[in-house]
Design a protein around this ligand. Structure first.
Ligand code: GDG
Length: 475
């Protein structure tokens, strides 16, 4: 890499910390090689966000963070990012709560972040902006005169244009993507949705598979399916915490077949539908009673957004009914935990499970699917049941793919997974594992940055229109 890498995301993680996820580790590696900078919100609410830039060294990486006022946090983060963009991008218009004050705050915070970031930039830096909280960042930077190479990666799905069009001011939101040199998505389907949107709503065109033009600009559009850190996960699997977890599970459930689900407690993850399918399995295939046990870890998430409280009570009532209706003194069908499990124990939990249920209604990628595959013993592997609506389904076609809205169909596939012969399990696992290993998180980060380094500049000069703070447009 010629210059420094500058990563921008809503939250910043210290890549050296043990609990850091795959993304933090992969980004951290690239940031470390280039002596780069990671910029974002520090996760704190402050009375005086102005002048609150905090710089901290983490090895060769600089972590640069700012605080947010209570009002900005509530409107930008809870209101617009998680109350509008998250549901709409997951195809859930019914859960979106459009409020014009929130969209203003979304723009204001992006502008504020751009203003704080600009003085930290050096010539030759390349900037990589992450996720839906930060879509206008390049437009704001360009309006301030920034002429660096800037790329964007969307970690969540991009829905078809008819859904996007329900967002008031969708045109400005989508137009701001054209200020990036490269716009990356999890799947080719998401990239195609962007190109369709540009053609139909912005009067632009798709110039070839990887380039779209609109507003006198051209930008690169590509799919980069995110992966996991396979080596790190497998090293963790060999540690005592993980081995102990697997041994404890095997002993406790020696007479049972364990199914596992590990998700944030989010309505996109299809948890109620999963419980209904598991219930149907027990009704339709009673031989699984006294045997099949679903361990569902649901890590609490965004509890101060209303839709999350609803999904929790729905899930809890379904789990309670399942155990009440089918449970015996010595067997309960569901073990539901509304808490997170330590990362270092997760590979052990996955290794001791015969089947993983990864059945989101919609998901950008879904890393749990890949973590489950990478945690299996290749000689006696478990089976991945995967929603066709997870981005991972575009890659992991050797999983058993299901439509999570189809309760009976999903129950039939879970039955097939529980009773799959060893030879077939091995064959499917070997193919899945090859993909998970080849397209790991390091591949993802390197492929993205290499493409960004080679991407041409969006043709056309930055203009005042690039700023989502344009007063004429706002009126
Ligand atoms: C977004 C997109 C995309 C989960 N529960 C626990 C726990 N986890 C870990 C998993 C996994 C991560 O959190 C979750 O990643 P996912 O990809 O499954 O889902 P999101 O959080 O929604 O992530 C998604 C991703 O961004 C990356 O681009 O794939 O589509 O929605 O690593 O293992 N970790 C611990 N305890 C838990 O209880 N320690």
């Amino acid at each position: 890499m010629a210059g420094r890498l500058v990563a921008v995301s809503n939250r910043v993680a210290d890549p050296r910390k043990l609990g850091a996820g795959g993304l933090a580790v992969a980004l951290g590696e690239l940031l470390n090689t280039s002596g780069g900078l990671w910029f974002g919100w520090n996760g704190k609410i402050t009375d005086d966000p102005s002048g609150g830039l905090h710089l901290q060294r983490a090895g060769k990486v600089t972590l640069a963070t700012i605080g947010l006022s209570r009002a900005d946090h509530d409107a930008y983060y809870l209101g617009y990012s998680n109350g509008v963009l998250w549901p709409v991008f997951h195809y859930r218009l019914d859960l979106a709560d459009f409020d014009s004050a929130d969209v203003e705050a979304y723009r204001r915070v992006n502008r504020l972040m751009a203003q704080e970031l600009l003085p930290l930039l050096r010539p030759g830096d390349i900037i990589w902006v992450h996720d839906y909280q930060m879509i206008p960042m390049a437009a704001e930077l360009r309006a301030l005169g920034c002429d660096h190479r800037i790329g964007f990666f969307l970690h969540i799905p991009l829905p078809p244009r008819t859904i996007l069009a329900a967002i008031p001011q969708h045109d400005r939101l989508m137009r701001s993507l054209m200020s990036y040199n490269l716009v990356g998505f999890q799947t080719q389907m998401d990239a195609d949705h962007f190109a369709d949107y540009v053609e139909a709503e912005s009067g632009g065109q798709r110039q070839d598979r990887d380039r779209v033009g609109a507003y006198g600009r051209t930008t690169c559009v590509r799919a980069f399916p995110i992966g996991i850190d396979v080596d790190r996960l497998q090293a963790m699997a060999r540690e005592p915490d993980s081995q102990g977890m697997a041994a404890m599970m095997r002993e406790q459930y020696s007479k049972r077949q364990v199914l596992v689900g590990v998700d944030r407690l989010d309505y996109s993850k299809g948890l109620p539908q999963r419980m209904l399918a598991f219930r149907r399995l027990l009704e339709r295939y009673p031989e699984n009673r006294q045997s099949a046990t679903l361990i569902q870890v649901a890590a609490p998430s965004r509890e101060n957004v209303e839709a999350y409280a609803d999904i929790r009570s729905q899930l809890e009532s379904l789990c309670g009914a399942l155990n009440g209706d089918f449970g015996e003194l010595d067997w309960m069908p569901v073990r539901y935990m509304r808490r997170s499990v330590a990362r270092r124990r997760l590979p052990g939990l996955f290794a001791a499970s015969r089947v993983a249920l990864v059945t989101p209604l919609r998901d950008g990628m879904n890393l749990v699917a890949k973590e489950f595959v990478a945690s299996q013993d290749p000689d006696d592997p478990g089976v991945l049941v995967l929603s066709r609506f997870a981005g991972a389904a575009e890659q992991l076609t050797d999983a058993l793919l299901v439509n999570p809205y189809d309760t009976a169909g999903t129950a039939d596939v879970i039955q097939q997974a529980l009773h799959m012969p060893l030879e077939e399990r091995r064959r499917r696992h070997a193919r899945l594992m090859a993909l998970v290993r080849e397209f790991d998180v390091h591949w993802w980060a390197r492929a993205y940055v290499a493409t960004l380094e080679a991407a041409p500049f969006p043709s056309g000069e930055p203009t005042a229109d690039d700023s989502v703070n344009n007063d004429v447009e706002r009126a």
